[in-house]
Design a protein around this ligand. Sequence first.
Ligand code: ZN
Length: 109
Amino acid sequence: MNAPVSIAMQKCRHCGAVDALTRTVCSTCLGAAFDPLDVEGSGTLVSWTTIRRAPTQFRDEVPYDVCVVDLPGGHRVTGRLAESDRVGVGVPVVATALRGDTPIFSIVP
Ligand SMILES: [Zn+2]
């Protein structure tokens, strides 16, 4: 397995809430100023699904799995799941790569 990677997020300068990247307003206070925040890329799988009908830019990649992961500190992110043959809710996962800003999670052996 590859070494874990950090996940880039953003922290609101006004209230301190942490959100996924590319938000233009804070989901908590509607503030518009952020600082970058790197979050440890290991967590717990909350949910996942297999995409079989994808948006145009991802059609060549179907089927692929997307997931929701809870990270330390109460952060929740979406990403891709590298393998789905051993998944279950509550399974520990780790981000082993990034595709742009999207983390690719693998099941912790
Ligand atoms: Zn805020």
